[in-house]
Design a protein. Sequence first.
Length: 440
Amino acid sequence: MQLPLGIMQNCKTTKYIDSLSVESISAVAELSLHHEFSQHLERELGPPREQPLLPIQTREPVSWREDVVQMQSKDLGRLQYLASLVAGKSVVPIASGRQIVQSPTYIVRARFGTPPQTLLMAVDTSNDAAWVPCSGCVGCAATVFDFATSDSFKSLGCQDAQCNQVPNPTCTSSTCSYTMTYGGSTVAANLSQDTIMLANDSVPAYTFGCIQKTSGTSVPPQGLLGLGRGPLSLLSQTQSLYQSTFSYCLPSFKSGNFSGSLILGPVGQPKKIKYTQLLKNPRRSSLYYVNMTGIRVGRRVVNIPQTALAFNTTTGAGTIIDSGTVYTRLVEPAYIAVREEFRRLVDANVSSLGGFDTCYTVPIVAPNLTFIFSGMIMKLPPDNYLIRSTAGSTTCLAMAAAPNNVNSVLNVIANLQQQNHRILFDVPNSRLGIAHETCT
């Protein structure tokens, strides 16, 4: 079964690393490294739970006047959609969710329904579907989508083709319902459709999960927008509009502003950008694999066994780019090679802090760190591979070894390492581009 990725930290305990005491950094780091990888990367589509889903609310018959108003509002949404087809491009502001929604995700403003209701949804390149907390949800955050007030909302039934594209579908009063796990959380949702607006683009009849019940703390509080390659992802549902092409620039996790951007569609993408090939694993078809051939620490390409970087469709081995993981994980031989060369060049006493095993309590001069891909390189600024306490008394290498489980063969280039870079996913041409870009 395909093992997509998700968000890995406990949202209630997520803090700014920069504003924490040494003790708090340890707690956050340990939480991140334990939950973020072992739960997020290992989540599987779970079986239906014993708890029954809340039924979709039915509406009373409407008057002729109300019917006319509803039809007119739907026409307005349709006209917005037709206008958006001309552009073929949408620029959606993106922000770190740490301060705004107390979640380690990156978020965008999306508007659901008619009239539109704004939600701050997490973007996840390794997840296919979209889902939002709906009114009446048990265990959801305070901000929910009130589907009963949307004139364009539609509940999907078991006879609809989309019902076969969700995990573990069940029928309750002819409604297509499903249950899945995400990180350490369980989500129960009803499959639905409504208009979604991103920036000025309007997409009618967008299929998503209307969450009725959730448990755990891993679920993004205002919903998730999947940017993977599955049939219910944003790419698939807007293929005619955006041609399966998008890019983003993630601002620093310390920023509380929507200063980053998600560019949807081929128009307006950077011209001067280096590419590497996108690889696809049929067993993990949602994930964006790339061919990483080496890692340079300082001036030296460290000695990593070829098997630690090789792409293998049978085992799932290789390297992926993921917007949901916070800290990069490297297959153990690769991480040890990077860590040992980093320690050698820094040449200072090393300590551990939570899940990080290469920390310093004295000022250091960190060596440069560069990821080498087939056809391009990604040179990281220090802020993309070091975390520091506010006073600067503690500095840690913000990477770790992959866990000793099914993902022990998978290298994950995470969002901390991606910040202030333009990451371009050109799916039709099977290529991924990376260029430095300051989005603060």
